[in-house]
Design a protein around this ligand. Structure first.
Ligand code: ATP
Ligand code: MG
Length: 385
């Protein structure tokens, strides 16, 4: 007859379909009891009482344990995680490290990066944000390309200065249902801004801490090309962020994108997936050309062991709409590029970790009460040039 450890080991194959990890790793196996006649009772703790995936656990646990030597019958019971266990789970899922302040109400931070310039990071960020809004999500974009910002243009936002709230927080501009923040709102058009080292770090941390992002399901961060300072700074400021790597199907682009992935790995940022852009071009008569080659995205995703979230074809309207101020996914949702981007959005939603409510600790409650009594201004010195 198998012992408790063997039974626990066998449960490692039972994956929580929402959290994408094993119930053993998530500490959701509450108890295992064996009786002499080969009957095993397993209790699994759920995150919520009415968990719709109970049936999945029931079958998977029974199957895994029944396969062991000497087991004649498996009973699966359920209970619910208490608050302390939920907090521990949250920590385990990387949500315990969410910063205080402006980003405390942001559920998912996605950095869109690549090793190489001009592969479509900004175009995809702009359209993906609009696609997520179309899926009913609350979305913000932080344009972290302080040298070559392009999101204001893609969202039809000029160089209007964002207002500042009574609490001295910068209020993001809003277009197409997306909250947008960019250095482009603070500098003269085409002004050559030299951002380096500490100043850059300060600018980015202000964008994260002193901007009133409010409640967001997704904050998308459009990175500048390369693997430089901005990415390092963001990794320090946002340990919970995920990286989405954009590549073209070309071998060389894929090689450079791999470097971006290595950088993400070095600074311990999780890579959420790969998006292949400029995948192919189909003429009006239906002839398909693979202008930048084929297969690069899939190869990179396989190598990094992350999902290929989508292949976005080259289409003229995608380029035209980047210049016109309205994302293509809004203007023409039937364009093949729009459809591919919507698919990426749906993939991201399916991947997102389960939301667990975050309850303020007593300390936080006291701090909030204190602040209400005497509002203190937070550091506000944008622009930092
Ligand atoms: N799938 C596509 N079909 C057609 N044009 C595209 C596509 N993806 C991007 N483009 C065009 O390619 C150019 C570069 O795209 P974009 O600015 O989004 O790239 P980027 O990676 O953000 O560049 P940078 O590294 O300079 O920030 C733009 O003119 C954009 O309109
Ligand atoms: Mg860009």
């Amino acid at each position: 007859m198998s012992n408790r450890d063997e039974i626990l080991k066998s449960l490692e194959v039972v994956i929580d379909p929402e959290l994408h990890r094993s119930i053993v790793e998530l500490d959701m196996v509450r108890s295992i009891e064996l009786s002499g006649n080969g009957v095993v009772d397993v209790t699994v703790s759920l995150t919520t009482p009415g968990c719709p995936i109970k049936g999945h656990f029931q079958t998977a646990v029974a199957e895994a344990v029944s396969a062991l030597d000497g087991v004649t019958h498996v009973n699966v019971y359920f209970d619910v995680l208490n608050d302390a266990q939920k907090a521990a789970l949250q920590q385990k899922l990387g949500r315990g490290s969410l910063p205080d302040g402006s980003l405390a109400q942001v559920s998912n931070v996605l950095c869109i990066g690549s090793g190489k310039g001009g592969v479509g990071k900004s175009t995809l960020t702009a359209n993906l944000a609009a696609a997520l809004v179309g899926e009913g999500k609350r979305v913000g974009i932080l344009d972290a390309d302080v040298w070559g910002y392009s999101i204001p243009r893609m969202y039809g936002l000029g160089s209007t200065r964002p207002p500042v709230s009574a609490e001295r927080k910068i209020i993001p501009l809003e277009a197409h249902g997306v909250k947008v923040m960019s250095i482009g709102f603070f500098v003269e058009e085409d002004a050559a801004v030299v951002w380096r080292g500490p100043m850059l770090h300060k600018a980015l941390s202000q964008f994260l801490k002193d901007v009133d992002w409010g409640e967001l399901d997704y904050l998308l961060i459009d990175l500048p090309p390369g693997t430089g300072d901005v990415s390092m700074t963001l990794a320090q400021l946002l340990p919970q962020a995920q990286f989405l790597i954009v590549t073209t199907p070309q071998q060389t682009a894929q090689k450079v994108a791999r470097r971006a992935a290595q950088m993400a790995d070095k600074v311990s940022l999780e890579i959420g997936g790969v998006i292949e852009n400029m995948s192919s071009f189909t003429t009006p008569s239906g002839e398909r050309f693979t202008i930048f080659g084929e297969g690069g995205g899939k190869e990179l995703a396989d190598e990094l062991d992350v999902p290929l979230l989508g292949r976005v074809p080259l289409t003229m309207p995608l380029r035209e709409h980047a210049d016109s101020g309205t994302p293509l996914v809004i203007e023409d949702p039937d364009d093949p590029a729009s459809q591919a981007i919507h698919q990426v959005a749906r993939g991201l939603i399916a991947m997102a970790p389960l939301e667990l409510p975050v309850l303020p600790t007593l300390d936080e409650v006291v701090t909030v009460a204190d602040q209400a009594a005497s509002p203190k201004p937070v550091g506000m010195s944008l622009p930092m040039a």
